[in-house]
Design a protein around this ligand. Structure first.
Ligand SMILES: Nc1ncnc2c1ncn2[C@@H]1O[C@H](COP(=O)(O)OP(=O)(O)OP(=O)(O)O)[C@@H](O)[C@H]1O
Length: 285
């Protein structure tokens, strides 16, 4: 489904959570929605899911506004950081309710995932640990098979092994049936390999929208002697320099291939570093 964000603004008490944001998510892809605390990510996801209204501008999903539009929101599943489910419901009944809401619901997948995450179907939500409740959110998000599935920091309390399982399952499901997945997380280093396209928000504005592969190809960390590195980077945009014992490392916009031809050691820049740089640069600008 095509998501068009047009001049979208949302204000809370006079402060912009989103300030005249425009972008389009055209293809079913795994999108990484990144940004520091308070950048406006949750606000965007809430408007997209039809939960809240913008002050100005709009989001159109296949040409329609999601607010108060059940036919459309049956195609959008938002899993938040917590409190997704009523505390008195059992796991089984949570799944039943969502199965009624989502026409694309995959009952078999839900049953497999409940076993995979070791949840007891009879357990009430209020008795689940934080990690177990997050697992239930992940199960609902994946089994909804909603054409737009949004995960907003979905794994509070989940340990590293369970998060790894989540990444694997997400990829398996996505490979089996492509859909738009919007994934917002602060654990960028461990999740970044999932992303096909990255959006970075900073103080209510988009500072970057780029294919992850292009980012990986067009940014690099080069190392060598100070002299070699300085010579190579003199006409390039450099976003960080580090010196150690006569050697130098620089984070730059430039091709890894070109750096290697010049005899320098070159590696990809972690998306986390890029996000920190971009959000700092805008603040200081
Ligand atoms: N219901 C609300 N009432 C008042 N201010 C709000 C409300 N929701 C969000 N805000 C403000 O809007 C801004 C954007 O918040 P938002 O939750 O969208 O950011 P975020 O990028 O999701 O942050 P985080 O990564 O910390 O979850 C923040 O300054 C926040 O304080």
């Amino acid at each position: 489904m095509k998501i068009e964000v047009k001049n979208l603004s949302k204000k809370y008490k006079g402060n912009y959570a989103l300030n005249n944001v425009s972008f389009t998510l055209e293809q079913p892809k795994i999108y990484g929605l990144l940004g520091r605390n308070g950048a406006g990510k949750t606000t965007f996801m809430d408007i997209l899911s039809g939960n809240i209204l913008a002050n100005q501008g709009q989001i159109l999903v296949d040409g329609e506004n999601p607010f108060d539009n059940q036919q459309l929101t049956e195609s959008i599943c938002l899993i938040k950081e917590g409190n997704n489910f009523k505390k008195d419901l059992s796991v089984k009944n949570v799944l039943k309710i969502y199965s009624y809401f989502y026409p694309t619901w995959d009952k078999e997948l839900a049953a497999v995932l409940v076993k995979e995450f070791n949840l007891s179907p009879k357990a009430k939500v209020k008795t689940l640990s934080k990690g177990m409740e997050s697992s239930l959110g992940i199960i609902v998000g994946l089994a909804s098979k909603a054409p737009i599935t949004i995960f907003d920091e979905p794994y509070i309390g989940l340990d590293a092994a369970a998060r790894k399982k989540f990444y694997q399952l997400l990829l398996e499901e996505y490979e089996a049936e492509k859909r738009t997945i919007i994934f917002s997380t602060h654990l960028i280093d461990e999740a970044s390999l999932l992303f096909e396209e990255v959006l970075i928000l900073q103080e209510g504005s988009v500072v970057l929208q780029e294919e992850a592969e292009l980012l990986r190809d067009n940014t690099c960390v080069v190392s060598g002697t100070i002299e070699e590195v300085e010579k190579f980077i003199k006409d390039k945009e450099v976003f960080e320099r580090k010196h150690l014992a006569g050697m130098m490392t620089a984070y730059i916009y430039g091709s890894m291939h070109e750096a290697k031809i010049h005899g320098l050691k070159a590696e990809g820049v972690p998306i986390q570093e890029l996000m920190i740089y971009l959000t700092e640069r805008k603040k200081g600008a």
